[in-house]
Design a protein around this ligand. Structure first.
Ligand SMILES: [Zn+2]
Length: 322
């Protein structure tokens, strides 16, 4: 598979249920983790005192209080835990579960493992996934990189011969998705309205640096790349002639990512709306993009919690299936 390192790289550190129980035995520990994450030295800028002051844990509430004036801060404010009646340990455990699987788990599994209702499990699932957004990551490729593969697919199954068209029989069941992956590097996938030239070229221009070698199949939309010869070196593989690999010309890396996403989604949802699908794609990309990390996936997931802005910005996006 593309991206397999020649030299043995250090593997991702194992983080088991035992580690989890040891690190987060109760809600207070989770809250303390959150507090320390926001305020590493334990001091907080107190609005009332108008300066950095030491804060202490308030026993009866999930908050910390200024040593001088008693003003409260809530470490859960503007995070995915904000105003949630679900205990923090349950949240953290759900995050652990989601981070511990390679191909994703369902809300049903979270319900089973954590003992919350399905509705709650689904909400947690949605919120956790919303933190997993690499949207602002650096663009891919550029001079001297291994090349960038671009491909489109339809979630719900790709139909040969119908590429680029809306499925009139089930117009809502298939959502077009455009993916860009740097060989040996990261992936981004976009749930789009269509797979027309402007859509795909727009994504390429935004995501792929000039001087990149670009690999696609023979879908007609990529013809447009010939107008960008100064920016991209374009190679295409003739999928319609059933040719899949010629030397290093192929789109197997992105196809591998599609299988990962489709296997994960299979049987979980009958129809997936566009915003919902996007958050799924983000989750799969997030995991894929950290596959060579030494830091446990759970730590990467947890660290996303403190991206407060991201959570606040994207909160109302998804419709619930109840
Ligand atoms: Zn104060």
């Amino acid at each position: 598979m593309e991206g397999k390192p020649m030299n043995r790289k250090p593997k991702m550190t194992r983080y088991t249920k035992k580690h989890f129980d040891f690190q987060f035995p109760d809600d207070a520990t989770c809250l303390e983790w959150l507090f320390r994450r926001f305020y590493p030295d334990g001091t907080v800028f107190c609005d009332k005192c108008q300066k950095q002051t030491k804060h202490h844990r308030v026993v009866s509430r999930p908050s910390y209080s200024c040593d001088y004036c008693g003003h409260h801060v809530h470490p859960t404010a503007d995070t995915i835990f904000h105003k949630s009646p679900t205990p923090l340990t349950t949240w953290f455990y759900a995050i652990y579960l989601m981070a511990s699987t390679r191909c994703g788990i369902s809300a049903k599994q979270i319900e089973r493992e954590t003992g919350v209702t399905y509705k709650t499990a689904w909400r947690m699932f949605k919120q956790i996934r919303m933190m997993l957004d690499d949207e602002n990551g650096a663009p891919f490729g550029g001079k001297g990189t291994k090349g960038v593969e671009i491909d489109e697919t339809y979630i719900g199954g790709r139909r040969r011969g119908l590429r680029g068209r809306v499925n009139l029989e089930f117009p809502d069941k298939k959502t077009p998705v455009v993916g860009v992956v740097e060989r040996g590097g990261s992936v981004r996938a976009y749930a789009t309205l269509d797979t027309k030239k402007d859509t795909i070229m727009g994504i390429i221009k935004e995501r792929v640096l000039p001087q990149s070698t670009v690999f696609t199949d023979d879908y007609c939309v990529y013809d447009d790349l010939k107008h960008h010869r100064n920016e991209y070196t374009h190679h295409r593989i003739n999928h319609s002639q059933k040719v899949y690999v010629v030397g290093n010309i192929h789109t197997n890396t992105i196809e591998g990512f599609w299988s990962l996403v489709k296997n994960g989604l299979r049987g979980v949802y009958h129809s997936v709306g566009k915003p919902y699908l996007q958050s799924y794609l983000n989750e799969y990309s997030f995991r894929y993009n950290r596959r060579f990390d030494v830091q446990p996936m759970f730590t990467s997931f947890l660290n996303q919690i403190t991206k407060r802005d991201a959570v606040v910005r994207s909160a109302p996006a998804v419709q619930e299936p109840f």
